[in-house]
Design a protein around this ligand. Structure first.
Ligand code: DQQ
Length: 535
């Protein structure tokens, strides 16, 4: 379908056609990264859910493989829903997934590769004793799903956690197992937060407090903190918190109760959901995948014939400079796509002006930008305009300033990615990082919003960001990845050669000087695996 074809991405993972949602069971095995994903083989809207499968040697170029699992048993007749992989020390691979039974009961099922000597892991076998877990007493049969990657405790047994809710309290159950076939439920819950609703796609993993490497999911010692992430079904937001995991009673306690799961930090303040990490033993890093859901209508999705994209995989680390958040950063392999670059230094953007950056086509970009702010002498000293809510047109004393991506020459379509500063009479400054989709498309039915949040800026730091532009997706990382925003935009005019890049400064009380390094990015190779050629 040629309609809307310019909205397809060039280096983000998406199936050739039809619907995709959550990333499932990511793992690295015998030289290949495997990505499974919730996939409807029959339509561009959710339903008939199977596990799609693709492999890559570098997390950027992908080869589609046959469906890994389809709904062919009573216990997953309504769909092969989300789950996670665990690599066992003896080389086995365990896949735990959610089956939605013929009676719409959510259960946990076990599967494993038919042939461990096949690096592509093409064939999967479901355990004959499935399901291995059913909803515990007192839990609704529709509120029990998405088993995590397993980790081991001091007794050598495996543990998994599974999301649920009691009334409106989001909770995570813990189960112990030795063989992944029989389980014991831990007495309490790993964690619970009132008012947060159903917890989907829980993730639970350690991050090193001082260091730049990831660690395996079972590591627990004083050198790590534990991240607990829940995808909130009610709001479709991925919330995480940092805390401590106490093995003795299988509980996790947040560092800061005010920043607990579901009420504090988000992985991504834009279009982003149902994410999952895995430990990449190949490069000793933890990698985060997330699903970018659509903001167009179902009828447009059907007309396009496809829906949804996955983010560029990101490394996740604890931010030991702030001590309060994670750092997310696109995997280094994305840099293989960099073509020619254009540099700009100290471009003056005066208060209330726009400056075009002449870089040619601006649909596939990797942008590094940093801003130096120069307050005007005449200006007021306190900025009352705060936050992201007012969008990029809201003029305050110290912002907003930033870049306009996927913009046409006459600025009738544009997506501002920007900073906005607010200070108080006491002199402390709060910085917001935002993305304003409201003028991103002339298409009337598209849901358009202003996204963003605070971003920590430390003493002596400039305001800086990295922005990946891919036709209809913009992934933006402020201050090295402390705050991240993914935008889904549907340009109708700022497409192909008509797409441009600008700097803007809507502040009334400061000029900015921008220094940029901008690469054109090549397209990734994402095609069916030529299986017939390797028989
Ligand atoms: N998607 C899956 C569920 C999960 C939800 C079904 C999150 O397992 O809870 O497609 O997007």
């Amino acid at each position: 379908n040629a309609m809307f074809s310019w909205q397809r991405t060039a280096f983000h993972f998406q199936p050739e056609r039809n619907w995709m949602n959550d990333p499932n069971g990511p793992l690295f095995y015998k030289g290949w990264y495997h990505l499974f994903y919730q996939y409807n083989p029959d339509s561009a809207i959710w339903g008939n859910i199977t596990w799609g499968h693709a492999v890559s040697t570098d997390l950027i170029h992908w080869l589609y493989l046959p469906l890994a699992m389809v709904a062919d048993q009573w216990y997953d007749a309504n769909g092969v829903w989300s789950g996670s992989a665990t690599l066992l020390p003896d080389g086995q691979i365990v896949m735990l997934y959610t089956g939605d039974t013929v009676d719409a009961v959510q259960v946990v099922c076990l599967a494993h590769p038919a042939n461990l000597s096949d690096p592509l892991l093409i064939d999967w076998v479901k355990y004959s004793g499935n399901p291995v877990l059913t909803p515990p007493p007192g839990i609704l049969t529709t509120d029990f799903r998405d088993p995590t990657t397993a980790w081991t405790g001091p007794d050598g047994k495996w543990r998994i956690t599974i999301g649920s809710k009691v009334n409106t309290t989001g909770i995570s159950f813990v189960y112990h197992t030795e063989d992944f076939k029989t389980y014991n439920m831990s007495k309490g819950v790993l964690h619970a937060v009132p008012g947060t609703g159903m917890w989907e796609c829980i993730d639970f993993y350690p991050v090193v407090i001082n260091g730049s490497k990831g660690v395996e999911t079972s590591v627990n010692n004083p050198s790590v903190k534990h991240v607990l992430k829940a995808s909130l079904d009610d709001t479709k937001v991925d919330h995480y918190a940092l805390g401590t995991y106490f093995e003795e009673n299988e509980t996790w306690v947040p560092d800061n109760p005010a920043l607990d799961v579901g009420i504090g930090l988000k992985y991504d303040y834009g279009r982003y959901y149902a994410s999952k990490t895995f430990y990449d033993q190949n490069k000793e890093r933890r990698i985060l995948w997330g699903w970018i859901n659509e903001t167009d209508t179902e009828s447009d999705d059907l007309a396009k014939g496809w829906a949804s994209v996955q983010t560029i995989p990101r490394t996740v680390l604890f931010d030991n400079k702030t001590g309060t958040n994670l750092i997310q950063w696109p995997v280094e392999e994305i840099e293989e796509l960099r073509l020619n670059n254009t540099d700009f230094s100290d471009v003056l953007v005066e208060a209330g002006t726009v400056v075009e950056l002449d870089i040619g086509t601006a649909t596939q970009l990797d942008i590094l930008v940093e801003f130096e702010v120069e307050p005007l002498e005449s200006s007021e000293t306190v900025n009352s305009s705060v936050g992201c809510g007012g969008g990029a047109v809201d003029r305050g004393t110290f912002g907003p300033f930033g870049i306009l991506v996927i913009a046409d020459e006459t600025l009738t379509e544009l997506t501002p990615i920007y900073f906005n500063l607010a200070n108080s009479t006491e002199g402390d400054v709060t910085t917001y990082f935002c993305a304003d989709e409201r003028r991103s498309s002339k298409a009337p039915d598209v849901f358009k919003q202003v996204y963003g949040s605070e971003v920590p800026v430390l003493d002596g730091e400039k305001h800086f960001a990295r922005v990946l532009v891919d036709h209809s997706i913009v992934e933006s990382f402020a201050q090295g990845g402390r705050t991240v925003i993914t935008s889904r935009v549907y340009p109708t005019e700022a497409i192909y050669g008509a797409a441009r890049l600008f700097l803007f400064n809507n502040a009334t009380g400061l000029n900015v000087k921008a220094t940029l390094k901008i690469w054109q990015l090549n397209s990734a190779f994402i095609h069916p695996f030529p299986l017939d050629q390797i028989q």
